[in-house]
Design a protein around this ligand. Structure first.
Ligand code: IVH
Length: 666
């Protein structure tokens, strides 16, 4: 080894040690300026002697070339998730089951549940080789280049072991605040919370972005068999991981009983705000591997661990008004207009009130002080009212009797919670219908935003979607904010949309109960609009995944003479009416919903049925009405009845609502 090589090796070693003390142990041993000076010396030496750049040199963290995409990585050991506990009862239940299975002689390790994203890191002979996201638990994405930029992740371990470890990459609260402040200044969209910011950073193809984001990591498990390393339990394993140079969270605690676990939870519920990073719960694991082995796994999670989730943050604000919107199908939806308030990382000014029943049940009144939270940390929701703070002159909210858009009388169809405007000429409904028709997943016509559509209807340029295709550039440039260029582009986009495959048109027409997936199935099955229009109820419902309700809706839709006329006009303007055989753009297997048939049953508390359905469908799942052998998954809300029993008897996988929300967020 010559002198230069020797110095480079020495600098590598020193910088590893100093970096570990700083980023992993949080106990710097030299001044920052000393570290920087040594790093610059190394950079200079490496520049002059590139043959001595070691792959684990600290200079290799800064982020190299921009990637074209992420490679898929199959996890050698699946990355499972944990089942959840939300209260003491759930935890005592968990404890009881463990006692029943393994007797009295066991103990727990409690850890903080870091709110970031799960990662898996592979080391060969002590050198960091590959890092991946969790993905669907079996197949993740290779984000090695991004992970290398995280200083807390060691590029070389203290021993030359070959090991795969699991942990959480996260963004410290301070970095998150700084990042959002900088984004505010630049007028960029803000991240809702540190978890999203961390995930967003690691999904960038340019590693320089991750490098600039100051992420960190905690490692909490070995992927694979801990016993292979001569270790006999989780606590000992965490010590071993720290010994290898991994950042392991120090706030863990051994707990002999479930009461000790509850004390630990109480402590961290209080101290949570003082931590420099976000946690969303406490993870409780049975310590000894021998016990873990005895307890085993369910399909999705270990029986020897559980995640206690902190309740969602609730804040109080004023209800300023209730806004009513008319949907595409005439349903009137009330929305709470709130005094803007910060909740779970973002400012909330509106929350859906869903329907009249909900407003009545909770007796929500304009001017009330209301409690807000985000269901599953995403969807703002009014939880209730602080009645004691109510203004004396407030009155119960009454839904209007007439449509806020067209003033025709509203009706409530029996058995339906929704109030509807049934006037087929209601401008608001037509506007929503047109917006849906042109939307990305339907006819995909760019340049027809909300304002333009409303203006076109108001000015009488269009009366329905067929009229869109008669629009001329000369007419369009008359509209507000519409120049020659955008008018030309719009006409071109309309022209292009004529060639769409049939399923886009079917979805765009907005036939009740026919979502994107069903439109594809129908188009694929009947191939032409004419054949579908003639399809009979019996024939339709024979198709796998087309239920009675949908079949009936399709038959009724096409029986309507006005619809027949509309279809003729669409044909006349040259819209393609045949299936062109494009594949649905959902990558099967990338999320737990893709390609699955899912049944929702019971009362959902945090999402409406429609929201849940829409989200599942967005991810490529199909929501079916009844449980059968073909059902892959049942989501059971409160008071679920016969469908749940049937699912149990068929051994179909069952999730509760929280699990659903958790999976929707991943
Ligand atoms: S243990 C078999 N420990 O929480 C699963 N998970 O569903 C082992 N998480 O996605 C997970 N902090 O990413 C474990 N101290 C901790 C954790 C933790 C955060 C995440 C993990 C997983 C989810 C649990």
């Amino acid at each position: 080894m010559n002198e230069i090589e020797q110095r480079i090796a020495e600098l590598n070693k020193l910088l590893h040690e100093y970096g570990h003390a700083y980023y992993v142990l949080d106990q710097p041993v030299v001044l920052d300026s000393v570290y920087d000076q040594l790093l610059h010396e190394l950079i200079a030496l490496e520049e002059a002697n590139p043959e001595f750049i070691f792959p684990d040199s600290p200079t290799q963290r800064v982020g190299g070339t921009v990637l074209e995409g992420f490679q898929k990585v199959t996890h050698a050991t699946p990355m499972l998730s944990l089942s959840n506990a939300f209260n003491e009862e759930d935890l005592r239940d968990f404890d009881r089951k463990i006692r029943q299975a393994i007797g009295e002689d066991y103990s727990y390790v409690c850890e903080l549940k870091i709110d970031g994203l799960a990662i898996s890191l592979r080391y060969e002979d002590g050198v960091f080789i590959q890092g991946a996201t969790r993905g669907d638990g079996y197949l993740g994405e290779d984000i090695t280049a991004n992970l290398k930029t995280i200083r807390a992740i060691p590029l070389r371990l203290t021993k030359p072991v070959t090991i795969e470890v699991r942990g959480e990459a996260y963004m410290p609260k301070k970095s998150f605040e700084k990042l959002n402040a900088a984004r505010t200044e630049k007028g960029e969209e803000l991240f809702a919370n540190p978890r999203n910011a961390a995930a967003g950073s690691l999904r960038q193809l340019d590693p320089k972005i991750a490098a600039s984001r100051q992420l960190s990591t905690f490692i909490y498990a070995i992927g694979g068999d801990g016993e292979a390393y001569g270790i006999d339990g989780h606590g000992e394993m965490l010590d071993y991981l720290a010994e290898l140079g991994f950042p392991s969270n120090k706030e863990r605690q051994a707990c002999a009983t479930i009461d000790d676990v509850l004390t630990f939870i109480t402590k961290w519920t209080e101290e949570r705000p003082n931590l420099p990073y976000e946690i969303d719960g406490i993870v409780i694991k049975v310590n000894r591997y021998a016990h873990q082995d005895e307890l085993g796994f369910t399909a999705k999670s270990p029986r020897w661990a559980i995640a206690y989730k902190f309740p969602a943050e609730e804040v109080v604000t004023k209800l300023l008004d209730i806004e009513l919107t008319v949907g595409r199908t005439g349903v009137i939806t009330p929305t709470a207009i709130l005094e803007p308030v910060l909740v779970a990382g973002s400012t909330v000014g509106r929350a859906s009130l869903h329907n009249e029943d909900l407003i009545r049940e909770k007796d929500i009144r304009i001017t009330d002080t209301v409690i807000i939270r985000k269901a599953g940390d995403i969807i703002p929701q009014v939880v209730g009212v602080l009645v004691e703070q109510r203004q004396e002159d407030s009155v119960p909210y009454k839904m209007p009797t007439h449509c806020p858009a067209c003033e025709s009388e509203l009706v409530r169809i029996e058995g339906d919670v929704a109030l509807r405007c049934v006037n087929p000429l209601c401008q608001a409904q037509i506007a929503e219908g047109v917006k849906h028709f042109v939307s990305r997943n339907a006819m995909n016509i760019d340049g027809l935003g909300e304002k333009v559509v409303e203006q076109l209807l108001r000015e009488g340029y269009i009366h329905d979607v067929a009229d869109l295709y008669l629009l001329q550039v000369e007419q369009l440039i008359e509209l507000d904010r519409m120049g020659q260029k955008s008018a030309t582009n719009l006409v071109e986009a309309l022209e292009k949309s004529k060639d769409n495959s049939l399923e886009r048109l079917l979805f765009g027409l907005g036939i009740r109960h026919v979502g994107e997936k069903a439109a594809k199935i129908l188009a694929e099955h009947y191939e032409t609009m004419d054949a579908l229009m003639e399809a009979e109820f019996e024939h339709l419902k024979e198709i796998h995944e087309i239920g009675d309700k949908m079949a009936e809706s399709v038959v009724n839709y096409f029986a309507n003479e006005k619809i027949q006329l509309l279809i003729t006009r669409l044909k006349d303007v040259g819209i393609n009416m045949t299936f062109k055989g494009k594949k649905v753009q959902v990558e099967v297997g990338t999320n737990p919903f893709a390609g699955k048939t899912i049944v929702l049953t019971g009362k959902l508390a945090q999402l409406t049925r429609n929201e849940a359905k829409a989200k599942i469908e967005e991810l490529g799942g199909t929501v079916a009405g009844s449980v059968s052998k073909k059902t892959d998954l049942v989501i059971a809300g409160e008071d679920a009845g016969s469908k749940l029993t049937k699912a149990q008897s068929l051994s179909i996988e069952i999730w509760d609502e929280n699990r659903l929300i958790e999976q929707l967020q991943q």
